[in-house]
Design a protein around this ligand. Sequence first.
Ligand code: DND
Ligand code: ATP
Ligand code: GLN
Length: 561
Amino acid sequence: MAGETKDSFKLALAQANPVMGDLDGNLETALRLRDRFAADGADLVVFSELFLTGYPLEDLVLKPALQRAAREACEALAERTGDGGPAILMGLPWADGSGNGGKVYNAVALLAEGGIAAVRTKHVLPNYGVFDEKRVFAPGPIPEPIPFGGLNLGVPICEDIWEEDVCAALARAGADLLIVPNGSPYWMGKQAIRYGVVGARVAETKCPLVYLNQFGGQDELVFDGASFVFNADGSCAVQMPAWEDAGLVTEWRSEADGWHCVPGEIVPIEAGEAANYLACVTGLRDYINKNGFPGVVLGLSGGIDSALCAAMAVDALGADRVHCIMLPYAYTSSASLIDAEQIAKALGVRYDTMPIHGGVDGLGACLTGVLGGMPDGFTAENLQSRTRGTLLMAVSNKLGPLVLTTGNKSEVSVGYATLYGDMNGGFNPIKDLYKGQVYALSRYRNKNRPKGCLGPEGVIIPENVLTKDPSAELKPDQRDVDTLPPYPVLDDILNCLVEQELSVPEIIARGHPAETVKKVERMLYLAEYKRRQAAPGVKITERNFGRDRRYPITNKFRETV
Ligand SMILES: Nc1ncnc2c1ncn2[C@@H]1O[C@H](COP(=O)(O)OP(=O)(O)OC[C@H]2O[C@@H]([n+]3cccc(C(=O)O)c3)[C@H](O)[C@@H]2O)[C@@H](O)[C@H]1O
Ligand SMILES: Nc1ncnc2c1ncn2[C@@H]1O[C@H](COP(=O)(O)OP(=O)(O)OP(=O)(O)O)[C@@H](O)[C@H]1O
Ligand SMILES: NC(=O)CC[C@H](N)C(=O)O
């Protein structure tokens, strides 16, 4: 349709899951989807931001070989559009000088009638929070609309619509509609923010807007999809599902007042616990599958953190790919043994018991000469944790599964975890969930089996696990509250310090004792060294550790009260 003028056209939205760096695989996915949409009469298929390579590319995009491979894949894809089927809007990095140095842009190419018909580049590069695009991309000029079949397509790329200028310029230049490929990661409440941004651009430009987002996990980020179309009057014409691969052919008609998307299905979007749970499951599933692991192994202690991780793992991968191991020592309670076994039974996973007395006592004996006696205090407690961590890594080495580490955001914040002990592991599904959210998601999962989840219906985490006092069980009668403020207090203070960057006096003014706030502040700063050595985990909050909140390790700054 590239040359003709029409009064209707069909635009296919490909909400798909690219694999970082797998250009052949992403190309195959694009062709498969295009074939499917061709059968439905699509004129044009749009893919998400940098779909051909994966998003975010980070420094990989600086590699000339990657830039050349992306151009070759783009040319190969363009050639396939010579078959009379739909054209393609494909996201890819675009290098000046064919990938031999020079500038590289975050781009979209229109592939039509066997060639590369147009290329447009991202003007506004996000450089905050998890985004580092100014580090790797050059900003393109404000883009011109792309002529296509008598239409003028405005194609701003993701962050381009978060400011007014690009869309305003496209509208002034005669864009009939705005088609926006996105790599917009999930965090709590994100969809409402997107509706706000898109609503504002539509009101300013009077153009309909197609918001096409990617789906799937990429290291710490998880993309929810949830693509949608707003008509020029600000109404939502179509809402695609979140948390799944999805494809939809939208129909467009030209009327006296411009182009309209024919209203279609408005799929409800998960919010709150449902969204957070699906984010953790999606991030975990894609990390394991995209990195080629047969499954996961984790220490199942009878506590709430490992219980929720086990449930998420089964929901992500299926029971036959999850191996849970209870590693009891002298301080493991019989209640923990019962609870762990019950959780494993409910999930239907392989469950082994591997007592660690030999390891802990043997390591203690090795240390006596240097320490002048058997280890005690923290040293002895950490030996238990390290023995567990070492044994789980041995299972991983021999049998192949990745070790899941299970620390929640409250623990990760204050360093309440043992380096090379329970921090051992390759991925942490609950890293960005405060303890209160761990309880909330556990209760949620006991009552619901979210879509796509492979675990069983019904109660998985026994009531006793939800109500007992959290304990590391590293010494007799140990409870987390002996070391930390009660979790509701700790979580509130951390929320103020980490998410909101409130000052210590402001947090005290909320009613927390000054010494508690100062203690949490101190623990938060001191634990930076542990976080730098911690496994990645799924980003859920607006401010996760790692990509968002980047503090120095060596840091004497403390607030005065
Ligand atoms: N700035 C810095 N840069 C680099 N390294 C630094 C450091 N400061 C200390 N270190 C090193 O870190 C060591 C201290 O860290 P680490 O050995 O982890 O030990 P540590 O933090 O002292 O103890 C572990 C804590 O985690 C708690 N916990 C809670 C829940 C579960 C578990 C569990 O294990 O199952 C544990 C446990 O009760 C205890 O409070 C120091 O001995 C030193 O070697
Ligand atoms: N006896 C054990 N057997 C197997 N794994 C254990 C054992 N004790 C601790 N672990 C591992 O170490 C992790 C850290 O322990 P921690 O006490 O912080 O978590 P939890 O027991 O799952 O939950 P909670 O903190 O609510 O008790 C556990 O999640 C688990 O993976
Ligand atoms: N890839 C991007 O440009 C993403 C930035 C955008 N503000 C978002 O989170 O949706």
